[in-house]
Design a protein around this ligand. Structure first.
Ligand code: UT7
Length: 331
């Protein structure tokens, strides 16, 4: 019997309707369209405005998009993983709610949190379950409502982040397609440079902390930038080298969308032409766990069976890594 590999067999996506443009941000903080565009590549991002709607709302819509496109019966799904850094609530699994709402009534479910690397690490987790032979259909959703902890008075963060969700289905493959290799890393020394200090278990929210905005996400952008450039390029290069992939063998770079300059640096290190670099940061900004599946959703029609895709991500913690995956279908 041939070895079972874990392939992506369907994708879906969802972004909220409200568009927060650079021009609108100019009226909120001391910034301008030219600075944001040249320093980050971002022109606009989507924001979920409605009160009471959280990350699960984004996740449910992305999952339903996949289900409607493919005709998948949600009752056949074995496991729903919601990769997120912004769960709906403490103590209640966002994935459990999502799974029930989409009709995945035979699935178990859990949240997976690794900041901007959540979806990448989720790919590894979902694939391992499939490769073991234990489960046949795993829905991996990357979803984040970043606007819930962004300070719209802090120009270092509010220009970057947006809300969104993407979903992929992992299934067994016996043709050797799907996930081929992974190189995943973390380093806790990075947490001081990117965090929302209050509102977690170390420092529960207090009225004073909220008044001072300490529950919002803070980042030392320069340090995060330097680490992201070095590490994302490093792991992507390592994955290529150890799989004997030349730049001509790689069809696409699927990189976390945090800053266009970080993505360009990674592509340069890999020797890739920009035509091979998936990019949608200009319209969504950094959607944390949703960047990678939203790229797949936007580029699905251009992907061909057998294409070699290199995924790369970097995020808070620090967490980062790269995955080599062979695309499994023509759409
Ligand atoms: O998903 C993973 C987590 N996040 C990231 O990967 C983000 C990594 N970091 C970055 O993308 C970049 O560091 C930023 C986009 C956040 C900032 O870009 P930068 O090129 O590192 O700018 P900087 O912080 O070095 O600031 C350069 C200048 C400063 O002015 P002076 O001191 O040179 O006069 C800042 O005060 O730009 C100023 N500045 C701004 N100006 C207009 C900083 N933010 C803004 C702004 N608009 N929004």
């Amino acid at each position: 019997m041939s070895k079972i590999s874990a392939a992506i067999t369907a994708v879906g996506g969802y972004v909220p309707e409200y568009v927060l443009t650079n021009q609108i941000l100019e009226t909120m903080v001391d910034t301008n369209d030219e600075w944001i565009t040249t320093r980050t590549g971002i022109k606009e991002r989507r924001i979920l405005k409605e009160n009471g709607k959280g990350t699960s709302y984004l996740a449910i819509n992305a999952a339903n998009d996949l289900i409607n496109k493919t005709g998948l019966d949600p009752k056949e799904i074995d496991l729903v993983i919601v990769a997120t850094a912004s769960p709906d609530m403490k103590a209640a699994s966002t994935a459990a709610y999502t799974a029930t709402q989409i009709g995945a009534t035979n699935a178990f479910s859990f949240d997976l949190e690794a900041a901007c690397s959540s979806f990448l690490f989720g790919m590894s987790t979902a694939s391992s379950y499939i490769e073991s032979g234990r489960y046949k259909k795993i829905l991996l959703i990357g979803a984040d409502k970043n606007s819930s902890f962004i300070n719209y008075k802090d120009r270092a963060t509010c220009i970057i982040f947006g809300d969104g969700a993407g979903a992929v289905l992992f299934e067994p493959n016996e043709e050797g397609l799907g996930l081929q290799d992974e190189y995943l890393r973390s380093d806790g020394a990075g947490r001081e440079f990117l965090q929302a200090t209050y509102g977690g278990s170390s420092y529960p929210s207090t009225p004073e902390a909220v008044a001072e905005g300490k529950h919002f996400v803070f980042q030392d952008g320069k340090t995060v930038f330097k680490n992201a450039v070095f590490n994302m390029a490093d792991v992507a290069d390592k994955i290529m080298t150890r799989n004997n992939l030349s730049k001509d063998d790689v069809a696409w770079l699927v990189a976390h969308q945090a800053n266009k300059r970080i993505i360009d640096a990674t592509a340069n290190r890999m020797g890739l032409d920009e035509k091979k670099v998936m990019m949608n940061i200009e319209k969504y900004g950094n959607t944390t766990s949703a960047t990678l599946p939203l790229l797949l959703n936007d580029y699905e029609s251009q992907l061909k069976k057998g294409d070699n895709l290199i995924f790369a991500a970097f995020g808070g913690g620090f967490t980062w890594g790269s995955i080599y995956l062979k695309w499994a279908y023509n759409s």
